[in-house]
Design a protein around this ligand. Sequence first.
Ligand SMILES: Nc1ncnc2c1ncn2[C@@H]1O[C@H](COP(=O)(O)OP(=O)(O)O)[C@@H](O)[C@H]1O
Ligand SMILES: [Mg+2]
Length: 248
Amino acid sequence: MEMAKSAPLLRISGLKKRYGSIVVADDIDLELPDRGCLGVIGPNGAGKSTLFHLLTGVVRQDSGSLMLDGVDLCAQPPHRRPSLGVVRAFQIPQCFESLSVYENVLLASYAAARLRGARARELAHNALRRTGLSGAADIPAGKLRLLDRKRLELAKALASNARLLLLDEIAGGLTDAETESLIALIQELKTMHSIIWIEHIPHALKAVADRVMVLNFGRKVMEGAPDEVMNSALVREIYMGIPADEAA
Ligand SMILES: Nc1ncnc2c1ncn2[C@@H]1O[C@H](COP(=O)(O)OP(=O)(O)O)[C@@H](O)[C@H]1O
Ligand SMILES: [Mg+2]
C-alpha cells in the first residue's frame, strides 16, 4: 500500500504486553517520521528494551498494532523484519572477529537487506564511509577498539538498509570523548533514518533527540521536546538515575 508522504514511518497503536503480572507495554501509542531521533528513557524494568523486542518480533504483543510505512509488522516473522528496514544495533556489539570490517558489513547487506553483487558492495562501502570506518575496512573486526566496534554495529545496520534504527544503550562503556564521537555520528545518521535511542545519558539525548518519550511500568507517561521532558518534575521524580544538576 502506498502511503501519503505525510504519513508516519512508524505507527504504534494500543500496544500491550505483559509477563504474568508485570505490565511491560501498557497501551502505548507512538508515531515517528522517517527521519529524526526519538530518545527513550525510564527506570530499569520500565519496558524500554521490550519495546524493541516487540518491534523486531522476538516478542509478540498481547494486543495492539505496529505499522511500518503501512505494512503490518506483526504479519511479518522476525527474520523478515530487517529486510523491511527494522534493524536493531546491539548493546554489546556482535561481529565475526576474524572477518574483516568490510566483510562483516557486507554480510549484513546480504543477510538483512538481502542484496547481492554490486549493490551489496556499494551499500557496504557507503555504510563504512558514513560511520568513519573506511580506513579500517581490511582490519579483522576483532581488532577494533570499543568505539569502532560500535561504529561497526551501526555500519552493519546501515548496510542492512535500516529505515527504523533501534539503539539500546549503545553508549555503554565509552569514555566521555568517545561518547561525543558517537553522538556526532548519530546526529548524522538521523538525517537519513528514523532512530529510536534508549539511553541514560541526558546530554546525549539533549544533543541528538528531537523528542523524548518516558516509559514507566510499560506506560508512556510523557513525550515531548528533550529539554521540556528532561527538566520536568515528573521525570525527576520517576527517573532517579538523572542527577538533578544534569537534569536542570
Ligand atoms: N522474557 C521475559 N519473561 C519474563 N519477564 C521479562 C522477560 N523479558 C523482560 N521481562 C521483564 O519485563 C520488565 C521490562 O524489561 P525490559 O523491557 O528489559 O526493561 P528496560 O529495558 O526498561 O530496563 C522487567 O521487569 C523484566 O524483568
Ligand atoms: Mg533495557
